[in-house]
Design a protein around this ligand. Structure first.
Ligand SMILES: O=P(O)(O)OC[C@@H](O)[C@@H](O)c1c[nH]c2ccccc12
Length: 263
């Protein structure tokens, strides 16, 4: 079984919610990528989402965009990220997913991408600018591997679309909590999100996780009662950039501790 699916089974058995940590691959260089992964693993992240920097990141807010620019300036490419992941593979127990716009994948070559990702220990991919209708571009190659394609569900998706994306979903479904780009928010509309997530859950048993704008235990607490976990990006990217590793450790422990008490 795929590492990601295995992890979700285990969380379910233990009555736990998932904490997914997003980082920008190559922000601060490749040694930092390794350190970031090991420190997130030690802090108790359940899944690590590694972003591949891209020049035209339409879904990214300012914090992730800046991190992407820093990573590109440091010479990061899809290839250097996959190579780094391959080197540390044996020491990584946490399932890794890649978050990449589709263009770098097409340039790299889809078949080579699938093969090299598998060899790098990647167990899932998110392609934020690849609509359901275009998934065929990658699924032919990825279905020969054990890698899941993780779909994004937006608050604006009509029910028919939610149904289609839920039905044969893999890994988990990424429910986008806000209309707009990634980044910290002071508030979020939990009622609207709950309605969408409960709809999704009528069509699938695939875990549904909420991401975008979640940066504190109190925001996580609003959504965890009706979803299977949260994804935190900008907060972590910022803290790591500023060298504040303890902040990330506290955040993960804070949210994981809370998640144990919500059922
Ligand atoms: O940064 P936030 O608001 O905490 O949200 C997570 C998000 O950054 C990460 O999952 C992500 C980064 N870039 C993306 C593009 C699309 C979807 C998701 C992402």
């Amino acid at each position: 079984m795929n590492k990601l699916t295995e992890r979700f089974h285990r969380l379910k058995e233990n009555g736990e919610k998932a904490f997914v940590a997003y980082i920008m691959g190559g922000d601060g260089g490749m040694e930092r990528l390794k350190e970031d992964i090991f420190s997130l693993q030690a802090s108790g992240a359940d899944v690590i989402e590694v972003g591949v920097p891209f020049s035209d990141p339409v879904a990214d807010g300012p914090v992730i965009q800046d991190a992407g620019l820093r990573a590109l300036e440091a010479g990061t490419t899809l290839s250097t990220i996959l190579e780094t992941l391959r080197v540390i593979k044996a020491q990584v127990r946490v399932p890794l997913i890649l978050m990449t716009y589709i263009n770098p994948v097409l340039q790299y070559g889809v078949d080579k991408f699938a093969l090299d990702s598998e060899n790098a220990g990647v167990s899932g991919c998110i392609f934020p600018d690849l609509p359901l209708e275009e998934e065929g571009l990658v699924t032919g190659a990825l279905s020969k591997t054990d890698i899941s394609v993780i779909r994004l569900a937006s608050l604006t998706s009509p029910e028919e679309r939610l149904k289609r994306l839920a039905e044969d979903s893999e890994g988990f479904i990424y429910a986008v909590t806000v209309k707009g780009v990634t980044g910290e928010r002071a508030e979020l509309n939990a009622a609207e999100l709950e309605a969408k997530i409960s709809k999704l859950k009528t069509y699938t048993n695939t875990p549904v996780l909420a991401g975008f704008g979640i940066s504190t235990p109190s925001l996580a607490k609003k959504v965890l009662p009706f979803c299977d976990g949260v994804i935190v990006g900008s907060k972590i990217v910022n803290a790591f950039h500023q060298g504040k590793r303890e902040e990330v450790d506290e955040l993960i422990k804070g949210i994981k501790g809370l998640a144990l008490t919500v059922k």
